[in-house]
Design a protein around this ligand. Structure first.
Ligand code: CUA
Length: 383
């Protein structure tokens, strides 16, 4: 009988130092790749849903590890005990089949029943959690923070129906209170995912999906669309700010009541920016507060934009420089997105025109960054 697999040769190879040192090096490289801040970690979680899911993962992991250790040990023992036995060698040399265990009822029952038991142990808590997460009909939302989330290519709309306002790309919620998210899509499939707070749930056109969890720690959380939605899918990000109750209420008051009209600083640069925002087309797509000059619904609502921490749905931090470069060339920061380039600068643009466009960009940056800032309200109060 032809030998396809020479165990003795494999043994010799394994003993070679090079193999061992290669394995050690690979392990070191693998371990050193873990590190940094775990902004998208599903193992370092603070939300109730993410915690439940982590507990399921750990159960599966430890059971899997036990199975791995037991099977590996049995395998290694068999190799050591029977693989090189004299009897096996004689049988092999004589071209005989080794002793077969096929048809051994005891063994077959054991290896059928054990996996079934393992699946039951994993299945019961898994199905229980699925039911709990899908239990929308029994779910009383009267004490929840309810937010209607709509996904668009490639940004997020967050509507707070209790408070009567809409914002975008930054979900602000209070700590310790259950949040219920009604998920919808304005175009294609998207998926809402804040790994440290909750697992993914898809946003599907014409289907109401609900996701709920209780954030247990204040903090700044990173979210990402987790369903391929073409184009700028990888840059369809968002943030979740979990704040204490006082800060959350203060934030909502920025959008409601007497301040619902977006307050604008009297600074001439800001005033110029406001006018440009209205006249250059921005207001056709973007809404700003209840201002009648800006009520566009096709792009992110920019009410209190100055309070946001990022530009272009989590793409870059909200700094004057980043906002200016976004306005100058939206396609460079986020290829394929639908924001038009209204102030092209570069080839074919004279220095004079370029300078004028830079000035306009600077004014719009000043206007947008002033929105929602406290000193602006003070300036307004001093009128
Ligand atoms: Cu939206 Cu991917």
């Amino acid at each position: 009988m032809k030998k396809y697999f020479d165990l003795a040769r494999v043994g010799r190879m394994l003993r070679k130092r090079t193999v061992v040192s290669m394995a050690a090096l690979a392990l070191i490289l693998l371990l050193s790749s873990c590190g940094g801040d775990y902004i998208y970690s599903t193992l370092d979680v603070t939300g109730s849903a993410a915690k439940d899911q982590l507990s399921l993962f750990m159960l599966t992991f430890w059971l899997g590890l036990i199975v791995f250790v037991v099977v590996s040990a049995a395998f290694c023992y068999s190799l050591w005990r029977f693989g090189m036995s004299k009897k096996a060698k004689e049988e092999s040399d004589a071209g005989e089949m080794p002793t077969q265990t096929h048809g051994n009822a005891t063994i077959e029952i054991i290896w059928t029943v054990l996996p079934i038991l393992l699946l039951i142990i994993i299945g019961i808590p898994t199905v229980k959690q699925i039911w709990e997460q899908e239990d929308v009909a029994l779910h009383d939302v009267s004490d929840d923070i309810v937010v209607n989330v709509t996904g668009y290519q490639w940004w997020w709309e967050f509507e707070y129906p209790e408070y009567g306002f809409t914002t975008a790309n930054e979900l602000v919620i209070p700590v310790g209170k259950r949040v219920t998210l009604n998920l919808q899509s304005g175009d294609v499939l998207h998926s809402f995912w804040v790994p440290r707070l909750s697992g993914k749930k898809d946003l599907i056109p014409n289907q109401d999906n609900v996701l709920f969890f209780t954030p247990e720690e204040e903090g700044y959380y990173y979210g990402q669309c987790a369903e391929l939605c073409l184009g700028a899918h990888a840059y369809m990000r968002f943030r979740v700010l979990v704040e204490n109750e006082t800060d959350f209420q203060a934030w909502t008051e920025k959008f409601t009541g007497d301040t619902v009209l977006q307050q604008v600083s009297l600074d001439p640069q800001v005033q110029r920016g406001k006018l440009l925002f209205k006249n250059k087309g921005c207001a056709g797509c973007h809404a700003v507060g209840n201002e009648n000059y800006a009520y566009g619904q096709d792009a992110p609502d920019l009410t209190n934009f100055g309070l946001r921490t990022t530009v272009a749905a989590g793409r870059v931090p909200n700094t004057p420089e980043n906002l200016a470069s976004w306005l100058r060339n939206p396609q460079e920061l986020k290829p394929t997105n639908y924001m038009p380039t209204l102030w092209p600068i570069g080839e074919g643009v004279s220095d004079e025109v370029a300078q004028q466009r830079e000035e306009e960009i600077a004014a719009i940056v000043a206007y947008l960054q002033s929105l929602g800032k406290d000193d602006v309200q003070q300036a307004q109060a001093g009128l």
